[in-house]
Design a protein around this ligand. Structure first.
Ligand code: ADP
Ligand code: ZN
Ligand code: ZN
Length: 676
């Protein structure tokens, strides 16, 4: 048994020490005792306890570098740790333990990346280092083949690139090795993916690796599939559907250099690719690049930081770029579509047209598809039958007992809360006044599906929303089926607007453009514009298509510019508005949210934080919707120094932590929040 204790030297660094030399595994131990000068490394233990969230000194054998993931004896058990520095000095007067073994070796830049991330997002290295050194459990027996390696013949390389594509590829490859940030701008079908593919091939040819980020692989298997078809076994795919064993295998292939190109969602930005030359971020406007739990990082920001650390090129591609990227990045413009024209957009004014969710013009187009054949895509960003039940007698809307939101009626004749999952049978009478006159307000995807069955029976219906995608493979099945059929309508929430490529989409329609617009968020217009434009891009790729947008606000900027396919015009106006209001990209936002069981306590706590942030440009504190029984409030700071404001807010909250704990309050500091 070894007696283990921890000590702190004069510099404040902590040291794991023990009274007898640790046993080393054979190979490392041999080198260790060959009479060399001992080397000391700073090791950050990957243990959750905040009290241990500091650097410890261990003795390491030669050859262990910054970036090594090591196993160490810690207190009475073993723990994993990450070597963050190997130039440590021996602490005076205490004997330093040796590491047990090296588990994995990461590119050293990933350590700097994780430490930067902890500082920028107000998190801790204990939480950010596991992003680059995730614990992968031992192999289990039942390891199915990785997804997406089947559905893929060799993908043809186009005979020649367009002038715009060639210019973009040349600019990107010219920057390989020195770095740079670029926006690849082009409508859906303008050949962006081909540019990523060729830039990746150029990186490979120079012995450099590449990471391609896509929003969500399960929803858009086609994008990853094209990379797999082009690069075969030289590609690794990381996505949430992998089992632990699959993930371990893919990481191993990346670490050993067998796979030099990695395609994956958000967390693939931390893949242990060596000699990284290129990062492509596809559909860069997608909100899913932001992680909504601690550490609340944004993979797009992390991509820029990793590119800067490794002198890699970062290219962000989109048909509807974020104002942030439009303003800041060098633009590589791909011009128009390679195949087909952008479809004409008809805006249907719901103040004049009855029949919602199927107005007469929309119905006529659907009937035309039913008669002539082809595919239709219908977007309605709400699930269920009716988004609300409303009493005609007393005006009560049925709400979730835990959340301040209306309950949604579903096909099972129950009311569902889309936030906390609460369900209850749909009542026959108003719980407030007992009137039986309960009106169903609005329409959700289930209602739309019913109406379509009644009114356009000749068209097969394929629904895609969170209610049908619970099972692994459900999305792929639905999309495959839709791709194969020649007379069907794909209807669903915003999932139907994302990166799918289908031939013969004769009609794309937004049933309700207002649902997003009315959200209290300065990005509501941007999101609406992106959604409308993305959906319009699904239509008319091969044959002439049509687009219909139903709205109560036909004059809203997002609707009007989307109807004209005027991305530059929309972004110019959006940037002007944001400059006036001091929103990103001109200033950063830091958001503090406090939640608790008591209605007033969150606001009170935030008022104290606001007082402590004196001098900052603050919005609020203001109450938010109650969710899952917790009352919430938020404070937003506009600032040019997000790190400083976030760490000050963090310190203020930490100082009040005991009182907050007693009151059952929790707090979150979100740097560069993506939704308010
Ligand atoms: P995006 O990523 O902008 O939607 P893609 O790269 O998917 O565009 O290109 C759209 C279609 O055009 C794809 O089917 C692709 O294979 C094809 N394509 C791309 N570049 C060329 C080219 N230079 N010549 C011919 N076809 C091309
Ligand atoms: Zn009532
Ligand atoms: Zn609820």
């Amino acid at each position: 048994m070894q007696a283990v204790r921890a000590g702190q030297d004069r510099s404040g660094a902590w040291h794991q020490t023990c009274s007898v030399g640790a046993r080393l595994p054979g190979q490392l131990a041999g080198r260790q005792y060959a009479g060399r000068v001992p080397r000391y490394a700073s090791v950050y233990p990957l243990v959750p306890a905040r009290a241990l969230a500091r650097i410890f000194t261990y003795e390491v054998p030669d050859g262990v570098q910054k970036g090594a993931v090591v196993e160490v004896r810690f207190a009475r058990s073993k723990a994993r740790g990450v070597v963050v520095d190997v130039n440590g000095k021996a602490p005076e007067g205490i004997e330093v333990a040796s590491i047990e073994r090296v588990v994995e070796e990461l590119p050293p830049a990933l350590i700097d990346l994780a430490l930067w991330l902890a500082e920028y997002y107000g998190s801790t290295p204990g939480r950010t280092l596991p992003l680059v050194a995730p614990r992968v459990r031992k192999r289990r027996k039942d390891s199915p083949a990785p997804l997406l390696r089947e559905g893929l013949a060799g993908e043809p390389v186009p005979e020649r690139l367009t002038d715009e594509q060639r210019a973009a590829v040349e600019r990107l490859t010219g920057a390989l090795g020195s770095g740079g940030n670029f926006l690849l701008y082009g409508v859906t079908g303008s050949g962006k993916t081909e540019v990523y593919l060729q830039a990746c091939a150029a990186a490979l040819a120079r012995g450099l690796g590449a990471i391609v980020l896509v929003p969500e692989i399960a929803l858009t298997p086609q994008a990853a599939g094209r990379f797999a078809a082009r690069f075969g076994d030289g590609l690794a795919i990381l996505h949430s559907g992998l089992t632990d064993a699959e993930r371990r295998d893919e990481r191993g292939r990346i670490a050993r250099g067998e796979a030099r190109i990695v395609v994956g969602a958000r967390s693939a930005i931390f893949a242990p690719v060596r000699d990284l030359g290129l990062i492509c971020v596809d559909e860069e406007q997608e909100a899913s690049y932001k992680q909504e739990s601690d550490p609340r990082y944004d993979a797009r920001t992390v991509a820029a930081k990793r590119a800067a650390l490794e002198r890699a090129v970062a290219v962000y591609g989109s048909a509807t770029p974020r104002p942030e990227s439009w303003e800041r990045l060098e633009r590589l413009d791909l011009g128009g579509r390679l195949v087909g024209e952008l479809p004409p957009v008809r805006v249907v004014d719901l103040r004049r047209e009855a029949g919602y969710p199927l107005s007469a013009p929309l119905l006529a187009e659907l009937q035309r598809v039913a008669e002539q054949g082809g595919k239709a895509i219908l977007l309605l960003n709400r699930r269920g039958i009716a988004p609300a039940l409303h009493c005609r007698a007393c005006g009560t809307t049925l709400r979730c007992p835990n959340c301040d939101v209306a309950l949604v009626l579903h096909r099972d004749d129950r009311l569902h809360c889309h936030h906390c999952g609460h369900t209850a049978p749909s009542p026959d009478a108003c719980p407030a006044c007992a009137s039986p006159e309960l009106a169903r307000i609005g329409a959700g995807t289930e209602k739309l599906e019913r109406e379509l069955a009644e009114r356009v029976p000749g068209l097969e219906r394929i629904r895609l929303d969170a209610d049908v995608v619970d099972e692994r493979g459900a999305v792929t099945d639905a999309l495959r089926h839709f791709a194969a059929t020649d007379r069907a309508v794909l209807l669903g929430t915003q999932m139907v607007a994302k990166g799918h490529h289908f031939a013969d989409v004769a009609l794309a329609a937004v049933v309700d453009a207002d649902s997003q617009l009315s959200l209290p968020d300065f990005r509501a217009e941007e999101r609406t514009f992106q959604l409308l434009t993305q959906l319009a891009g699904r239509s008319g790729r091969d044959a002439p298509g049509r687009v219909i947008v139903q709205t109560f606000q036909p004059d809203a900027r997002a609707v009007a510019y989307a109807a004209r396919h005027d991305v530059a015009g929309f972004l110019a106006g959006e940037l002007e508005r944001r400059r006036d209001l001091g929103y990103p990209p001109f200033r950063h936002l830091v958001r503090v949210v406090v939640a608790g069981p008591d209605p007033d306590a969150p606001l009170t706590a935030l008022r104290e934080v606001a007082a402590g942030l004196e001098g900052a440009d603050l919005l609020g504190p203001a109450p938010l919707l109650r969710l899952r029984g917790r009352h919430r409030a938020q404070l937003i700071a506009k600032t040019d120094e997000p790190r400083r404001v976030a760490s000050r807010a963090g310190r203020l909250l930490a100082a009040g932590a005991p009182a907050m704990r007693r009151a059952g309050l929790t707090a979150v500091v979100d740097v560069d929040p993506q939704s308010l």
